[in-house]
Design a protein around this ligand. Structure first.
Ligand SMILES: [Zn+2]
Length: 232
């Protein structure tokens, strides 16, 4: 068995979840899955429609985005994924989509306010949106800089990547991650739903208040406290 066969299959299956969950259109979006032991990740090839994808088409890259194995060109977002794997040692998978509602918030350059408990079950803070990329970064290595745009935003807001597993790249679209592909894809779907709910909330009441602190705290403790019972 090829030493990359398992990770390619896992990555392929995770990518196929995106159209199934209606998070992508045409060839938009990509999932990558890391193998920390071999110091590589598998990622979707560039420009291949989902219904024509095969596990064997997945491209294996190192953490500097060099292609290690595969006959196709890796996703154009590969450098962004590589930067995140290099800096965040505990993530196992990354998902990028242009899902409609989350992307609309990204285009509006707004954090998604924490309006309710659905949001609080995943994050006890607003979902961060990065500022637009600087002209200097745009002129540089664009996809590589997108990785730093994500790292910088998380650092500036003092957020832990193990705590907050979703973010909006301003003017662009969402990235989510997780310990494994299942969690990263799950986060992409949850983010889209939370983004939709937040938008509707502001339509119904433009002055809707953020979730009150006692409820945020309650949900935080449910997830993290000594008596945590969330997820049962
Ligand atoms: Zn994109």
């Amino acid at each position: 068995m090829n030493k990359y066969e398992k990770i390619k299959k896992y990555c392929f299956e995770a990518n196929m979840e995106l159209p199934r969950l209606k998070l992508v259109l045409f060839t938009f979006g990509n999932v990558s899955v890391v193998d920390r032991e071999q110091q590589v990740f598998a990622i979707k090839p560039s420009g291949v429609p989902y219904d024509q994808l095969n596990a064997d088409d997945m491209v294996i890259c190192d953490f500097d985005a060099n292609v290690i194995n595969g006959t196709m060109r890796p996703s154009s977002d590969t450098k962004t994924h590589a930067v995140l794997y290099k800096h965040w040692e505990k993530i196992g998978a990354i998902v990028h989509t242009h899902s409609t509602y989350a992307t609309a918030w990204a285009q509006s350059q707004r954090d998604i306010p924490i309006f309710g408990t659905t949001h609080a079950d995943y994050n006890t803070v607003d979902i961060p949106c990065t500022p637009p990329m600087s002209d200097e970064m745009i002129k540089g290595d664009y996809e590589y800089e997108t990785g730093f745009q994500i790292l910088n935003c998380m650092a500036e807001k003092k957020l832990s990547y193990e705590e907050v597993e979703m973010l909006l790249v301003g003017n662009h679209a969402p990235f989510t991650w997780g310990k494994n592909a299942l969690k990263a894809v799950h986060n992409a779907a949850v983010l889209e739903q939370v983004a939709k709910m937040a938008w509707l909330t502001e339509q119904i009441n433009p002055n809707a208040p953020r979730l009150k602190q006692s409820l945020i705290q309650k949900h935080y403790e449910r997830k993290h406290g000594p008596d945590s019972y969330y997820g049962q």
